[in-house]
Design a protein around this ligand. Structure first.
Ligand code: SF4
Length: 254
């Protein structure tokens, strides 16, 4: 996935952080019990104010699929490095398809699980070639969203998150991929109930978020999760969302 990386976040207005909880609760129109849609709208607006509205750049869907496969179980830095080496080691995807698994694995070693990912990449390329007569995914553009999702899910090693990333970013289809950051921040905010498992989160968020905000919310929650609402030691005091965050308002500790 090639999400844009909005600039480093510095939230200067921290005066709310020094209000006591009752003040915040009184002022906050998005406390627990508020309608999900209103709360979502407020969160989206705050995040867009903080990080901007991410642009939807054109991206080749095959590149995106391969990048997303490479990003599984590793950091962005490692997966992007693996992708860059892969693209420089081979002239095109036809060459990768024709190459032995070991050669592809050697090229993507920086991304971890090299043999598994090399096999998945070659299987995905082979499927496209077989189905479309060329290594392309542009034929998905003519499909209904659910049909396109079913097609991608039929590829080995492609799960709902990977498929949703490809369909959202390459085709602008209405999917809201849920990664670990989107999941963690959404649960803390109260957009998802505590007991909702990650695999069940996407359809719930898709019901309460306007479709034209899937892209923005997905990227901004990732940015917020990386910079502020980190898994360990979330920076509540610097957080622009704390006035509508269940986790914060309920006085839970990091
Ligand atoms: S207030 Fe804290 S828990 Fe809530 S979104 Fe901000 S950093 Fe995360």
């Amino acid at each position: 996935m090639p999400p844009e990386r909005p600039g480093i976040y510095v939230h200067a207005n921290i005066k709310d952080a020094h209000m006591d909880t009752s003040q915040v609760l009184k002022r906050c129109t998005s406390s627990p019990g508020m309608m999900d849609e209103q709360k979502v709208a407020k969160c989206i607006a705050i995040l867009e104010k903080e990080y901007g509205v991410p642009k939807q750049n054109e991206v080749d869907p095959v590149d995106l699929l391969i990048m997303t496969i490479l990003s599984q179980n590793t950091s962005d830095t490692n997966s992007l490095r693996a992708f860059a080496i892969l693209k420089s080691a081979f002239c095109n995807y036809e060459e990768i398809l024709a190459a032995p698994v070991e050669a592809v694995a050697d090229a993507i070693r920086a991304g971890g699980l090299a043999e598994i990912k090399a096999r998945r990449i070659k299987e995905a390329l082979s499927r496209m070639k077989q189905d479309a007569g060329a290594i392309t995914l542009f034929f998905l553009e003519d499909m209904e969203k659910d049909e396109a999702m079913t097609y991608l899910l039929s590829m080995p090693g492609v799960g709902p998150k990977t498929a949703s990333v490809v369909l959202l970013f390459a085709f602008g289809m209405p999917f809201l991929p849920v990664d670990t950051h989107v999941y963690r921040v959404s649960r803390r905010l109260g957009l998802l109930a505590e007991d909702v498992r990650l695999e069940k989160a996407q359809p719930i968020l898709e019901r309460i978020v306007p479709a034209d905000k899937y892209h923005s919310l997905h990227l901004n929650l990732i940015t917020h999760g990386r910079l502020i609402c980190r898994a360990r030691g979330p920076k509540h005091v610097e957080c622009a969302l704390h006035s509508c965050c269940d986790y914060y308002l309920q006085g839970q500790k990091p």
